[in-house]
Design a protein around this ligand. Structure first.
Ligand SMILES: Nc1nc2c(c(=O)[nH]1)N[C@H]1C(S)=C(S)[C@@H](COP(=O)(O)OP(=O)(O)OC[C@H]3O[C@@H](n4cnc5c(=O)[nH]c(N)nc54)[C@H](O)[C@@H]3O)O[C@H]1N2
Ligand SMILES: Nc1nc2c(c(=O)[nH]1)N[C@H]1C(S)=C(S)[C@@H](COP(=O)(O)OP(=O)(O)OC[C@H]3O[C@@H](n4cnc5c(=O)[nH]c(N)nc54)[C@H](O)[C@@H]3O)O[C@H]1N2
Ligand code: SF4
Ligand SMILES: [Mo]
Length: 742
């Protein structure tokens, strides 16, 4: 008789969102019994949300792909891995030979930054492709933050985050961390940390057109008119100068452009911007005074301040406020993390650098400037549709679903049908991958080891954590770094059957070329027992700011030490002041008045002359949802219908809309329908619909999601509307027309 399998406990860092919670799994053999927060985790301390629990459903989801699919005669058939790669080689290599490297486009989606293997090997894929046509979720998301930070501090990843555990006044704009669990700011259990701040006498102020879950926690909520953060922030900065509240403190010798900034904000008194942002002038002035007089304070802006027409300006002004009030780089203020691995903000010589540039080349059709090596996602469809040299004829998507997550998905879906060849590296046959010729499935996250390479760079506290794989993968199912490496081999002309270990060695040796040859050789030998992401991690840890320097600092970190500290992880302590060492601008100073930004203020001036739109649409995130891809998991899909349009009672009355009845939402000559949820949460004149819905399209294989498909907000949006500096799409504050449907 079989003995029942023993119960075991395993641990895994959750790879779904930026909070990076430590999870504890109860297992019975290879069956997951339950998932909860790991109380012993040195970073998240037991916090989790329903999406962490849903990793069980993801692991077990019968719709999750386990074998490659190849389109044959209009249908997808399962094939072996070798056959799938041979198909890709046979179709992609001649296409690139005929039409050049730019004929292959790349789409890189959000989960890439959450998976160690993808995070570390996608750059290799991008390099091997050698195409200008790179499109990522960054231009639907945080590029304005990265551009503004790059211009001010000299590096794209020198990003200040609130030191919430010591903060006493937190001003949040366009973020809902109580639901999103934080973004460009890794802060598990934001709610608990915000409450602790309030219990210390601290104050939370939230600027949001909706009384969001975070605004509901706040001491003050300012319901701003969408898209007007730049006006509000200009009013705050003006007030600081006007009322003599500027205090640079310790940073004074490290700041450039103060006078130019003062002159530039001169036209934007609170009294002048008030009508545009819908916040009383006295309330704007009061917020400036509160910020200036709080001993420890931080301003934090997130996606609501990014996905709008003035995203880069708004994100610049957030940090300008932190600098002018003496709160940047101070404990309890906005501080710079120092990650253990690949800490981008520690590279190069301390204190001075080359700074950043954009527009080194431009997109073929619209002439959009390259930003951080990519073009706006909103340009993808036109690059596929428009004939000529450099036309995108083939596409590789990695962990992206732009048909739902990018503006004007219907146009993009039609464009994808015109491609000569498309490969998707993904978990599902969904709205985007249904257009592919070959789909290469990733593994369940529980089958992969994990280290958060991206989010440790944005963390409210420095830490190093590793988790081994929890469950074994099917023996023939390669980890995703090997899938990408196989694609690299094909793109480099080494063939689908190339020796991956040898290729991995060569690529690592290429990475080491910036070291002196004898040092590179020594590193190669010391890490010869590792391969893939773990070799890169060990290298990153040992050569990083907390590392052992390959023996030079014996107390420092190595991957062995971090592995031995699993599952609790290693706490590297609270953030420390880093100015001027962290700066990489050519001047060696914090640039308060970059020319590109001052010039862009002309658009704000023009905007002020326009009437404020009467009715606009914003998005919203929901705890049981994650962009477009977790709606197939039963534990998240159950409960009330969530893809509802929140409408203020006054607007509902005026427009003849009833609670629960469908409304027709029109914009840009397109329309969708969603049920109305009458809600006092909304600012009058603003309605809110979540994004990532619109499932059940023909050819998809996500049965649970298709039962309640929801409406695709992005089907309405204009793919050409963007912040011209960062290329980031305008996803919020879009004028709409609303009528009762039917
Ligand atoms: N209107 C509106 N649109 C938005 C937003 C908004 O606020 N409003 N938010 C934007 C933001 S911030 C973002 S980041 C983007 C996100 O947009 P995308 O980057 O397109 O991300 P998702 O929509 O989450 O789709 C993720 C894809 O990755 C696949 N996937 C999941 N896990 C894995 C894995 O481990 N390996 C592989 N290979 N694939 C995996 C999923 O099946 C899915 O196809 O959406 C943007 N779109
Ligand atoms: N549960 C869940 N968590 C997630 C995700 C998810 O889909 N679901 N997605 C993840 C991803 S990819 C990201 S990038 C992060 C994003 O994380 P957050 O930046 O916290 O994003 P949201 O929760 O969408 O909150 C944005 C808020 O901005 C408000 N807003 C809209 N327009 C404006 C405006 O013009 N001005 C101002 N001031 N506010 C405005 C909205 O009402 C909303 O409350 O969340 C991540 N976490
Ligand atoms: S908050 Fe984010 S990291 Fe934490 S359990 Fe939820 S999805 Fe996972
Ligand atoms: Mo995002």
């Amino acid at each position: 008789m079989d003995t029942p399998p023993a119960t075991a406990v395993a641990h895994r860092i959750c790879p779904v969102c930026e909070a990076c919670c430590g999870l504890e799994l109860q297992l019975q053999g290879e069956r997951i019994v339950s998932i909860r927060g790991h109380a012993g985790d040195r970073f998240s301390g037991g916090y989790l949300c329903p999406k962490g629990v849903a990793l069980k459903d993801l692991h077990e989801d019968p719709d999750r792909l386990r074998a490659p699919l190849v389109r044959r005669g209009g249908r997808f058939v399962e094939v072996g891995w070798d056959e799938a790669f041979r198909e890709i080689e046979a179709r992609l290599v001649p296409l690139r030979e005929r039409h050049g490297r730019d004929a292959l486009g790349l789409v890189i989606g959000n989960p890439t930054v959450h998976k160690t293997g993808l995070m570390l090997y996608v750059p290799r894929l991008v390099r091997a492709a050698g195409t200008h046509n790179v499109f990522t979720a960054s231009t639907l998301d945080q590029m304005p933050k990265q551009l503004a930070s790059g211009l001010m501090y000299g590096h794209w990843l020198t990003i200040a985050v609130p030191d919430i555990e010591r903060c006493e006044h937190l001003l949040v704009l366009g973020a809902n961390p109580a639901t999103s669990n934080g973004s460009m700011w890794t802060v598990p259990d934001f709610r608990g940390k915000a409450r602790a701040m309030q219990a210390r006498g601290g104050r939370l102020v939230v600027v949001d057109p909706r009384r969001s879950e975070t605004a509901a926690l706040a001491d003050e909520h300012l319901p701003i008119h969408p898209g007007a953060d730049v006006h509000f922030l200009l009013g705050l900065v003006h007030t600081l100068f006007d009322e003599g509240l500027v205090r640079l403190g310790r940073l004074a010798p490290h700041v450039a452009g103060l006078e130019a900034l003062q002159a530039a904000v001169q036209p934007y008194a609170a009294e002048r911007v008030s009508a545009r942002c819908g916040i009383a002038a006295e309330a704007i002035r009061r917020q400036a005074r509160l910020l200036a007089t709080a001993p420890r304070a931080a301003v934090y802006g997130r996606i609501g301040t990014c996905t709008q027409a003035y995203g880069t300006l708004a994100n610049w002004l957030v940090d300008v406020l932190n600098v002018l009030t003496g709160h940047l780089d101070e404990p309890g203020g906005a501080m710079f993390p120092k990650a253990a691995v690949f800490a981008a903000n520690t590279l190069g010589a301390p204190g001075r650098g080359r700074g950043i540039v954009t527009g080194r080349y431009r997109s073929r059709v619209s002439g959009a400037p390259e930003v951080l090596g990519e073009f706006p996602m909103g340009c993808l469809a036109e690059e596929i549709e428009t004939p000529g040299e450099g036309q995108v004829r083939a596409l590789i998507t990695v962990a992206g679903n732009p048909v739902l997550s990018a503006p004007n998905g219907p146009r993009l879906a039609a464009a994808l049908e015109q491609l000569e060849f498309m490969v998707s590296v993904d978990l599902y046959l969904n709205e985007t991958t249904r257009h592919a010729d070959v789909i290469l499935p990733g593994r369940s996250p529980l089958e992969d080891p994990h280290y958060d390479v991206a989010f440790a760079q944005l963390s409210h506290r420095n830490h190093a954590r590793y988790s081994p794989a929890v469950l074994p993968a099917a023996p023939d199912h390669p980890p995703e770094w090997q899938v990408l490496l196989r694609l690299v081999a094909i793109l480099r002309g080494e063939g689908a059957g190339a020796d991956l270990r040898a290729l991995d060695d060569r690529l690592f040796a290429e990475d080491l070329q910036r070291l002196p040859p004898e040092q590179a050789g020594a590193v190669m030998r010391l890490l010869a027992h590792r391969e893939g992401p773990e070799r890169l991690l060990d290298f990153g840890l040992r050569s990083g700011p907390h590392g052992d320097g390959f023996g030079r600092r014996p107390d420092g970190l190595t991957l062995d030490k971090v592995m031995a500290a699993a599952p609790a992880g290693i706490d590297l302590g609270p953030l420390q002041p880093r100015v001027p060492e962290v700066l990489r601008t050519p001047s060696g100073c914090i640039e308060l008045a970059p020319a590109m930004l001052l010039e862009d203020l002309a658009r704000v001036e023009a905007d002020l002359a326009q009437p404020v739109p009467e009715l606009v649409l914003v998005g919203r995130r929901q705890v049981r949802s994650n962009n477009s891809w977790m709606h197939n998991l039963p534990v998240l899909a159950k409960g009330p219908y969530r893809c509802t349009l929140l409408v203020h009672p006054d607007d509902a009355r005026r427009l003849g809309l009833r609670d629960g009845a469908p409304a027709r939402i029109e914009a840009n000559g397109r329309a969708i329908e969603a049920p109305v949820e009458v809600s006092e949460e909304m600012r009058p004149g603003v309605v809110s619909l979540p994004h990532g819905w619109g499932h059940g399209l023909p050819g998809t294989r996500m049965a649970v999601a298709a039962e309640r498909p929801g409406a695709n907000l992005n089907a309405l949006l204009d793919e050409a509307a963007r912040d011209p500096l960062s290329g980031t799409a305008v996803l919020s504050g879009v004028p709409v027309r609303l009528t009762a449907a039917g």
